[in-house]
Design a protein around this ligand. Structure first.
Ligand code: SAH
Length: 219
């Protein structure tokens, strides 16, 4: 069994990471507080312990990645998370982004298509601290019709297009933050659902995500 320890050194490095995110333009105090409160090194292999607070993505199981802290902060800030928001996340991965949302008081529904990663959530060390995260094995393009509508939807993989079923599952006035493919990189978009079912679109910075793929992978 791995021993999880959040030392003063970890806390100090985390504080520095938060300062860096501020310098890079993150202003939402609730996002910064959440990142300051969550031991990111717990979400990585212990081999990354010393570098877990660098502002970079790292490999996790099933050839996937834990997003760069700046990317997590950026997407979360765009999502304007409020306490008790019902949030659908596509791409559970390491559960780090889900934990940031849960720490901010959201009810999180997170979907992962890689069985190997979905199964890891059974060992999720914060289960009792964040009972507001619900895990699903499935294809994010389908969303979760049974639990719709959602106040907010966040996609943490590179979407080839805006999935229509996810737009349907968004509340009127709800927000979707989604990186959409644009050649090499993805453009971060924020969509706002209108009363007539259409969306308005705002475009932000470019990022680089692992691809959003269709179907489930049971291996
Ligand atoms: N939010 C994660 C980021 C993981 S990377 C974190 O904080 O660590 C993106 C994840 O999206 C990968 O785990 C990948 O398997 C998953 N993914 C890709 N396409 C998907 C889809 N259609 N449905 C659900 N998950 C998907």
């Amino acid at each position: 069994m791995r021993k999880y320890e959040d030392t003063y050194q970890h806390k100090g490095l985390r504080k520095k990471l938060v300062d860096l995110l501020k310098e890079k333009g993150i202003t939402d105090e609730k996002v910064l507080d959440a990142i300051n409160n969550i031991p990111r090194h717990y979400f990585l292999d212990s081999a990354f312990d010393k570098i877990a607070y660098e502002d970079r993505a790292f490999p996790i199981a099933a050839d996937q990645t834990i997003s760069q802290p700046y990317t997590v902060a950026y997407q979360t800030q765009l999502l304007q998370v409020r306490k008790n928001d019902k949030v659908l996340e596509i791409g559970t991965g390491s559960v780090y982004q889900s934990t940031v949302l849960a720490e901010m008081g959201a009810w999180v529904y997170t979907i992962e298509r890689q069985k190997k990663l979905y199964d890891l959530q059974k060992e999720y060390f914060f289960r009792s601290r964040y009972p507001n995260i619900k895990f699903f094995f499935g294809d994010g393009f389908e969303g979760l019709p049974t639990f719709a509508p959602f106040d907010k939807i966040i996609i943490t993989a590179a979407a080839p297009f805006i999935p229509p079923k996810l737009v349907q599952q968004l509340k009127t006035g709800g927000l979707m933050v989604i990186p959409v493919d644009e050649g090499e990189n993805q453009r971060m978009l924020r969509l706002t659902k209108q009363a007539d079912g259409t969306v308005t679109e705002e475009a932000f910075e470019e990022f680089s995500f692992v691809p959003m793929l269709t179907g489930k992978n049971r291996n």
